[in-house]
Design a protein around this ligand. Sequence first.
Ligand SMILES: *Cc1c(COP(=O)(O)O)cnc(C)c1O
Length: 429
Amino acid sequence: MSKLAINGGRPLWAAGWPAWPTATESTRQKTLECLESGRWAISGPKAEGPGSEAAFAREFADFLGARHCVPTTNGTSALVTALEALDVGAGDEVIVPGITWVASASTAMAVNALPVIVDVDPRTLCLDPAAVEAAITPRTKALSIVHLYNSVCDLDALTELCRRYGLGLIEDCAQAHGARWRGRAVGLWGDVGTFSMQQTKLLTAGEGGVAVTDDDDLYRRMYQLRSDGRSRVADPRVGEMELSLTGEVMGSNYCMPELTAAVLSGQLLELPAQNKMRAENAATLDASLREIPGVAPVEALEGVTERTHYYYVFRIDPEAFAGFDASVVSAALRAETGAPFQTTYPPLPGHPLLRPDSKRRYGAIPGIERLTQTSVPAAEDAYRCCVTLHHPALLADPAQMAVLAEAVAKVAQNAGELAQVSGDMENPL
Ligand SMILES: *Cc1c(COP(=O)(O)O)cnc(C)c1O
């Protein structure tokens, strides 16, 4: 008789995991106030008070310790805004990591630049600084780095490289709201930090994004870049328009809706306590998983002073799982627990959503035909050997962490049974 739930055995846990996202009383309150204010966009006439978007921008900037914050429609448009603010364009190369969401590449292509995919550090799954240096050419204009899952990039090495080679640095913090390196928030180490507030992220309104900077000129450019080239009137009166037709730089409309900002203001109140709970539960899980042969949690670099957990990540040695890789093991873990275990993203060169051949205009980017041919062995290895767990599971009762660790041990002990697993082992993205 089979023991593993994936083969019809009894699951270890069937009582579910915390839902994400959740509506709180303060979120309801702020949303209702915005709804009734009659002011639903920053391009509408000014109402009483600062407006939800401006209020959230200030609150999020203060949360990070940033000088400026420009809200956008989503994390993708925040990245495009950042690239355009740094004047990245045709003929330029932008270095992006081998494991990331496809937006790292698509946004470079959106400004007519070539994404150059570079391999990751197997310890963090973030850009490997030595590989970055080897990939720099005279056309390299910027790095678009990603603090992936529960890791922070080696910011000492990457900021030093950018200084030495005169490169722009965009920190994509879509997965790291509140993480800190040497005491200072991620997002403030480069020229621009971008964040996503999409449904799955640590802070969310379903969709949303921001770009933050300490640089007054970049702020001025980004403000206009996402509001069709308009900037804010210094002291508008109620009923007047708040945006004037400056046109210092041609923009697009990536403005965050006021209702989105109101939701985010409510959700932001919960973030510090949620980050703390996720970190405590992750530390408990780390300790239990380190006891299991062939299993190793991804550790933070020494410079990380506050760790966030968009996904919890651990590495498996397939030898300890009868030769099965993370796609099979994560499926077995889902069956045991009902918790959202997965693989990492597929490595970017072979990612199903990276399709430079699918739009004629990408043909104008020199070197684009080699994009999907890049070799990233450490990223390939991580895809085979790393199991990820989406963060709502870390908001469960601390006692439930034992269930997760028990499931990993059970799957390891009975891994021989995985040979019976049939059917489609594809992971959901
Ligand atoms: C989610 C995400 C994005 C895109 O953000 P959206 O808000 O979905 O546009 C970009 N980069 C990374 C690393 C992400 O995780």
